[in-house]
Design a protein around this ligand. Sequence first.
Ligand SMILES: Cc1ncc(COP(=O)(O)O)c(C=O)c1O
Length: 379
Amino acid sequence: MITCQRHLFDIPEGVTWLNCAQHSPASNGVYEAGLLGLERKRHPWTLSAEQYHGEVERLRRTFARLVGARADDVALVPAASYGLAIAAGNLELPAGGRVLVLADQFPSNVFAWRDLAARRGGEVVTVARPEDADWTLAIEDALDERTAIVAIPQFHWMDGGRIDVRRLAPQVRALGAALVLDLSQSLGAVPTDLPEIGPDFAVAVGYKWLLGPYRFAFLYAAPHRQDGEPLEQAWSSRASSQDTSRLTDYSDAMAAGARRYDVGERGDYLAVPMAQAALDQILDWNVAEIQDSVAPLVAEVAAQAHARDIAVIPEPHRAPHFIGLRLRCPPPRDLPLRLGAEGIYISLRGETLRVSPHLYNDKADIARLFEALDRHLQP
Ligand SMILES: Cc1ncc(COP(=O)(O)O)c(C=O)c1O
């Protein structure tokens, strides 16, 4: 168990940040790395080409280590929507074929498929929220020979409802369908071995559980998906891009593996060191340890909710690292704002209050949240 790590962050007394599912605070180390990036812009003569390429590759390797993959399987992209657009652009959807998504799934992982379905004469099928909270079974029931793509998360972003992607993956494969995972709400907080699960593509934003900067995300492409079309024709995604003296040879050969999908200007010398510092910290803590250390905080939220007749998703169908509170009556829309005015931060997603702690929180933060909820929700 990792003890509270608040000392590694600049979180003032009086701030209770229970909103990692929205944005993580930058640790002091990530902040310092960002300052280093700013310094490079101020003094560009301090940045060498070797550094520029070397840091990008180091980051790719570090992310690969986090998900049990090879550096060749990883592309650096700016957003989940960007990675999902690459997935949608490289998967087959025959006329009449179906893309499965979940009810109230995050829009980046819906719009890409609506667009693809409209262009190919396919259909987006939404799996309804199951009464018994068992998303995995609900998805299994929806799979059939018309299924061409299953585009899902590992935990529902609104309330942490769990989807057993390891159980689903072989069933999806057996249908000849593709599996696309949006892991923005889990990578960094839940141990994940992507080659073992075997999605075709998986994406995760960097600014939540990966503790890094905004506008920086990672795309995993399985080995058999590494010869597809990128979204752009970036010079830096060409095999010869490291030799800047020969860029105008206009070589058609693409960089190895998933690098062809990298966004242009991937070597952002401000964001790359920040993302590196964040992933180094996560690996140093160890993802399984992070999960085991955050889970008791979530269990405490669940216990406090039970004591007040507030519904939460039951075990084993909920995430270990965040949780949704469903009140008997929908909460006032301005409740997060009112709590924020007291220095307590959570999110309202749909009608669910989402509470998402990390290692900078402790049980006193949970007590503070419920003391405030009791006051604000008094009849
Ligand atoms: C599940 C999930 N996916 C993706 C995102 C962000 O998507 P994008 O990078 O396309 O803005 C979020 C942000 O809240 C999210 O919760």
